[in-house]
Design a protein around this ligand. Structure first.
Ligand SMILES: [Zn+2]
Length: 57
């Protein structure tokens, strides 16, 4: 296994899906690769923590 470059679906940046993370995903039985970079995942989490509502205008 080697590190993999993936594209974030949210911001379009390239992020690294490391060997360790790949092993972790495999261990958990996840079939899908991550869709978002760490920043966007964190941003999403913060949003969810704020009441879980989608404030789209
Ligand atoms: Zn991103």
């Amino acid at each position: 296994m080697a590190d993999k470059d993936l594209n974030c679906k949210d911001c379009g940046n390239t992020f690294v899906f490391t060997e360790g993370e790949q092993a972790f995903y495999k261990e958990k039985g996840f079939e899908n690769e991550p869709q978002r970079c760490a920043d966007c995942r964190r941003a999403k989490k913060n949003q969810n923590d704020r009441g879980g509502r989608d404030f789209r205008r």
